[in-house]
Every structure is written in structure tokens, then in C-alpha cells.
Design a protein around this ligand. Structure first.
Ligand code: GBH
Length: 492
């Protein structure tokens, strides 16, 4: 009777894949953790000597840019409540905490003319508290919050920003490197460029979808490479850590096995992940990007490609700047070939072409872009191995939004079970996955969606005076997983 009820529920809510979870243990040294970012969690936007970032400016100059009026001014107030957060991390039992450093807390206008000691102390205290509780700190140097001053210099369109970023990275290695063994340079460069420089949805809100986005990617790659090389040359010997960049990509699967759809999915994966991973692992843009953008540019009347040409020097500088592969995996799509769009407006979307959509049977989250397709985890991890063959892969984000922030978040648990089971399958397939960090610890600010999209394992009451944190069922579930290290009743 009970089995029947569970079965019917599973049919109704599309949770059936929960039925066949992997019965393998997570490997001994596998690291579990949680992720956040500075702008989304800290608040204290103008406190402790912090300078203005482009996200501060973006929301302050136009309050309607936030869907519900919330912005990063206060959000979870972790600038003041970080000790409580560390306690939660400890109680859940994570091995790793991934957070980001706000550039403007360390260097208020982004330049090294003034180092803000109060900001340095904030992160030193956090990092030491994590270490004291046996939690490995994993800082991201840049999670989208460019200093406003540098944004005014042209932001990620100006190659000189790479030099500023290198200088900022050096200071972070100097200040924190003694306690940090794993770094990330930039989070989801693709999103910063594509959404921030290609649409109004993210700061700085420029709509340069045909050219600015490619220039932005070029500058971010230079900046990442610079930060990597500075670590390599000046700090690796004494600090012995590793450095990478966190990329994101929804796995793109051919809709049918027709050669055209197979090629379309490859183009989609190359434009989505290869855009950054190919230069870093193989030294240049992926060939389909070079060809498609180059051809379309000429037809549009340009005398050169809208995709910046990488000089030999650029190629050598960017190539090899990775110690592990960090990837944020949330979802997947089917990709279908369509005949090329005619030449019109220069645009990333037209450059790659393709019809991209989800299967109607995949459970929908509260965010348009995210349906649950757990196999995306296994398939993308395997694709990464084939394309780049990294020694180690870490999943640095994976998460499920809902609009209510309910404590009874069975959907989130089901999502995690499915994705983690597929992660174990990928390990079986031979991909060396060394960790999984869930997004997010708290109901952090979901950028321009404000708090209408909740992704935390721990609920935050934004109406309450002390921003009360309450564990959701998923937090208890994760806590249990971290002790059993097994997704089913009995693992082998
Ligand atoms: C991550 O991005 C981010 O790293 C993190 O900060 C964020 O909180 C988390 O996901 C949850 O969303 O503007 O409608 O065109 C995940 C990948 C890429 C998903 C950009 C949303 C923008 C959709 N994101 N995408 S839209």
C-alpha cells in the first residue's frame, strides 16, 4: 500500500528517477560543501571602508531592476552575521565552504592605491574561523561585483582591467594565501559577459550582444590567466595551492541522432563551455566559433571577425592556466539544428544558431532556465573528460530554485539525489570528480530576481529583524548524507 502511494506520488511529481539511485559510496577523499558569493550574501555594501561595485550602482540608479525591490544592500547580512553562518556550516558538516571576496572590500576603487585593512580583516576572520572548524575555505576572487571605478574605465571591455585584476589577485594571495589551498579566479565569466554586457538583466546592463560580449570574454580570459600566472610565479612554491576558474554550462544534447542535430549540440557545447575552456586547455577559441562568427561578420559588412583574434602571445599566455576543472552544473537542454538565420543583427544567439529547449517531462523549477535533468551531470562530466581530460574536476555549483522558500523542500532533495547519483555514475565512468558544492548555503539574493527565487538549504526570513536562519529539510538531508556518504539505505 505504502509502496503504491509512493509510486503514485512519484508519478504525480515526476520524482521517479529517485527510485534508482547509485548504491556506491562517495570516495574517501571526496569533498562536500556549500557555495555563496559576496554580493549575494554580505550586505554591508558601504560599511567597513568598502567601495562601490557595479552591482551597487546598477540597483541604486534604477530600483525597478530588482523584481521585488530587494538588492544587495543588506540581503543575508553575512557581513555582520558570518559567525552564525560558520556555525551552520559546521553543524551541517561540510568539508568546504566556497565564498567570494568582494574586490571593493579589499581595494575600494579597484586599484592598489589604497588597501582597506577592515575588509582584509573581515575575510581573515572568516577564513580562520573556517579553518578552526576544519572547513576548507575556497575563495572566488570575482563573482560579478566589479569595482564601479573600473566599470567606468570600460570594465571588462578594457584589456587593462586584466592588469588591475592581477594586482588585486596578488594582494589576496599575500593576505590570505597562507590559509587557502584552493582558489577560483572568476565565477561564470560567460554569465558576466553574456548577461551583463549582452543584456540589461545583469550589471552593468550593456546590450552589446554582437561584439561587446566577445571582447568581454577575451579580457576575462586575460585576467584569469594573469591571476593564475601570478600565483604560479610568485606564490605556488611557498603556498602550495591550486587555482582555477569556475565555468558554467547547461549540458546540450542532440534532440535526435541525425548528424545535423549531433553537430548542432556540439556547436552549442562549444559556444557555451568551449568559449572559455578551449582557450584555457587547448589555446584558442573553438573552431566552430572562429568559423561561424568570422563568416557571419564578413557577410554583415565587417572587415574583421567580431570574435577577437588571439595573437600567438595571447594563446601561449592563456593556455594551461588551470590546476583543476571547476564547473557549475544546473540543467540541460535538447538542441535541434535549424537552418542558419539570415544575416541581420550581429548576435551571439544568431552566431550559434540552433533551437534549444527542455523536455516537457523534466520537472520545472521556479526559474525559467532551470528544469531538472539529472543525467546532465553525468553527460557533461563525461564530455569534459573527452574534450579537456582534466586531472581533477570539482562541481562548484548545483542547485534548485523555488519561489516560496518552503522548509518542506522535497523537490530540492529529489533534485540533489538525482544529480549526485549521476555524479557517482560519472566517477564510475572514469571522471575524477573530487568534490560537490551545493548552491547555496542560504536563500541568498538571486541578482535581479531579488528574493523571488530561493536556493538555500537554510531559509532566511528577510522580514525579521535578525534575518532568522531556519534549516530546511534539505539541510537535514545534506547533513545526513555527509555522514553516511551514501544515497541509499545501504551502500556497497
Ligand atoms: C549561478 O549561475 C550563479 O553563479 C549564482 O550567482 C546564482 O545565484 C546561481 O547560479 C543560481 O541562479 O537572465 O534570464 O537570461 C547559474 C547560471 C546563467 C543561470 C545565467 C541564469 C541568466 C538567465 N546562470 N542565467 S537570464
Amino acid at each position: 500500500m505504502l509502496t503504491l502511494r509512493v509510486f503514485l506520488l512519484c508519478l504525480t511529481f515526476n520524482w521517479c528517477h529517485g527510485a534508482d539511485l547509485s548504491n556506491k559510496f562517495f570516495p574517501k577523499n571526496f569533498q562536500f560543501g556549500l557555495s555563496t558569493s559576496a554580493y549575494q550574501i554580505e550586505g554591508g555594501w558601504n560599511e567597513g571602508g568598502k567601495g562601490e561595485s557595479m552591482w551597487d550602482r546598477y540597483f541604486h540608479e534604477n530600483t525597478s531592476r530588482s523584481l521585488d525591490g530587494y538588492n544587495g544592500d543588506v540581503t543575508c547580512d553575512s557581513y555582520h552575521r558570518w559567525e552564525e553562518d560558520v556555525q551552520i556550516l559546521k553543524d551541517i558538516g561540510v568539508d568546504v565552504y566556497r565564498f567570494s571576496i568582494a574586490w571593493t572590500r579589499i581595494l575600494p576603487d579597484g586599484t592598489t592605491k589604497h588597501i582597506n585593512q577592515e575588509g582584509v580583516n573581515y575575510y581573515l576572520n572568516l577564513i580562520k574561523a573556517l579553518r578552526d572548524n576544519n572547513i576548507e575555505p575556497l575563495p572566488t576572487l570575482y563573482h560579478w561585483d566589479l569595482p564601479q571605478h573600473l566599470s567606468e574605465l570600460g570594465g571588462w571591455l578594457n584589456p587593462q582591467i586584466a592588469t588591475y585584476f592581477g594586482d588585486y589577485a596578488r594582494i589576496c594571495y599575500q593576505m590570505f594565501g597562507e590559509h587557502v589551498k584552493r582558489w577560483l579566479t572568476i565565477n561564470e565569466p560567460k554569465s558576466t559577459c553574456l548577461i551583463g554586457y549582452g543584456s540589461i538583466n545583469n550589471a552593468p546592463g550593456l546590450e552589446l550582444i554582437g561584439d561587446g560580449i566577445y571582447q568581454c570574454a577575451y579580457v576575462q580570459l586575460l585576467a584569469h590567466a594573469k591571476a593564475y600566472r601570478i600565483y604560479d610565479e610568485e606564490f605556488r612554491n611557498s603556498q602550495g595551492g591550486v587555482v582555477s576558474i569556475a565555468l558554467d554550462h547547461p549540458w546540450s544534447e542532440p534532440y535526435s541522432d541525425s548528424p545535423l542535430d549531433v553537430e548542432a549540440a556540439n556547436i552549442e557545447n562549444q559556444f557555451g563551455l568551449g568559449w572559455y575552456a578551449h582557450p584555457i586547455y587547448h589555446g584558442n577559441w573553438p573552431q566552430p566559433m572562429i568559423e561561424r562568427i568570422g563568416n557571419r561578420s564578413l557577410l554583415e559588412g565587417y572587415t574583421f571577425s567580431r570574435l577577437p583574434v588571439l595573437s600567438n602571445e595571447d594563446v601561449e599566455y592563456i593556455k594551461g592556466t588551470h590546476d583543476y576543472f571547476a564547473i557549475n552544473i544546473y540543467t540541460g537542454y535538447y538542441t535541434q539544428h535549424i537552418d542558419d538565420y539570415g544575416v541581420g543583427e550581429p548576435s551571439y544567439w544568431l552566431d550559434k544558431g540552433n533551437n534549444v529547449f527542455s523536455d516537457p517531462s523534466w520537472p520545472k523549477s521556479s526559474s525559467d532556465w532551470l528544469t531538472s535533468y539529472p543525467e546532465a551531470m553525468r553527460k557533461l562530466l563525461n564530455w569534459i573528460k573527452v574534450e579537456y581530460n582534466p586531472a581533477e574536476v570539482m562541481v562548484t555549483e548545483n542547485g534548485w530554485p523555488d519561489s516560496t522558500g518552503t522548509l518542506e523542500d522535497q523537490e530540492r532533495i529529489t533534485y540533489m539525489q538525482g544529480y549526485l547519483s549521476n555524479l557517482l555514475d560519472a566517477i564510475d565512468d572514469g571522471v575524477n570528480v573530487i568534490g560537490y558544492l551545493h548552491w547555496s548555503l542560504l536563500d541568498v539574493l538571486e541578482w535581479n530576481a531579488g528574493h523571488t527565487q530561493r536556493l538555500g538549504l537554510v531559509h532566511v526570513d528577510f522580514e525579521s529583524a535578525n534575518l532568522t536562519r531556519t534549516w530546511k529539510n534539505s539541510a537535514y538531508w545534506y547533513q545526513n548524507l555527509l555522514t553516511t556518504r551514501c544515497l541509499v539505505d545501504n551502500c556497497q
